[in-house]
Design a protein around this ligand. Structure first.
Ligand code: AMP
Length: 277
């Protein structure tokens, strides 16, 4: 496995590759959820490139960029064991040199849900992902359903900017008790870790109500809210039942919807979601 830090060198390597190339972009501090995407890429493509870059542009000024968990040596060992051929690990200076001014900004769907709480987040994500697509020219790029809005935003960017690659959505990998795996779970204290299962339990409650015939989104949201509020450590940021593509909130469920939520459990802010078809 080659670890490459500069854009010029990784472009040179990329141009020598014959066949399909899968890209797995990540902030690092890898867990089994990430590895499921890596494995899918290794299965689907002749070569897999992972980018490992804690992108400062997608963190707000009061967010956890400095304290975001990092263990690059461990990440590299894990990626090598999965059969990744190249890791692109640029510095911030390499990606955003002095005087950097160019942004990719997708309107409307980025203002909702995560975007409402994190106004500069998606501009940072789409800009870095567009740069990675241009630098690495992947045949396919792998993203997790865990970050459902990010997935929707990237699919929209690829479609509307006519980018020449396929976006592959991969299912959320969970701990045995249902908590969606996340690098930010490491912030949870033991009692908070227990309380954090309420995110998935509230999603399963929504699914149960839906399967029982409930179609009133407001009622489902109310039930989810009251379940979550039973946890003193939990602080709800949003609970949303929205059209799976436009992310517009719905009153009545008549088509596939994305049930998604963001909840602070102690310090960390956790997100999760489930699609009701
Ligand atoms: P991150 O480095 O945390 O930004 O994640 C890199 C990619 O892995 C993103 O596309 C995430 O959606 C995906 N991912 C993160 N956690 C999970 C999970 N528990 N299951 C599946 N994919 C995940």
């Amino acid at each position: 496995m080659k670890v490459i830090k500069t854009i010029s060198e990784v472009k040179k390597e990329r141009h020598n590759l014959k066949g399909t190339v899968g890209l797995f972009p990540t902030l690092g501090f890898l867990h089994e959820g990430h590895l499921s995407l890596v494995r899918q890429s290794v299965r689907d493509n002749n070569f897999t490139i992972s980018s490992v870059f804690v992108n400062p542009m997608q963190f707000g000024p009061s967010e956890d960029f400095d304290s975001y968990p990092r263990d690059f040596d461990r990440d590299l060992t894990m990626l090598e064991e999965e059969g990744v051929e190249f890791v692109f690990m640029p510095s911030t200076q390499e990606m955003y040199p002095e005087g950097y001014d160019t942004w990719v900004d997708i309107e409307n769907i980025t203002g909702k849900l995560e975007g409402a709480s994190r106004p500069t987040h998606f501009r940072g994500v789409t800009t870095v992902v567009a740069k990675l697509f241009n630098i690495l020219e992947p045949t396919r790029a792998y993203f997790g359903q865990k970050d459902a809005q990010q997935l929707a935003v990237i699919k929209k960017m690829v479609k509307e900017l006519n980018m020449n690659l396929e976006v592959i959505a991969c299912p959320t990998v969970r701990e045995p008790d249902g908590l969606a795996m996340s690098s930010r779970n490491t912030y949870l204290k033991p009692d908070e870790r227990k309380a954090a299962t309420v995110l998935y339990r509230s999603l399963k409650l929504a699914e149960k109500l839906y399967f029982e015939g409930e179609r009133d989104a407001l009622k489902i949201r109310r039930e989810m809210t009251s379940l979550i509020q039973q946890q003193p450590a939990a602080n709800i940021d949003y609970i949303s039942i929205a059209d799976n593509e436009t992310l517009d909130e719905v009153d009545k469920i008549t088509r596939p919807v994305l049930v998604s939520l963001a909840v602070k459990i102690g310090k960390p802010r956790l997100i999760d979601n489930l699609v009701l078809e």
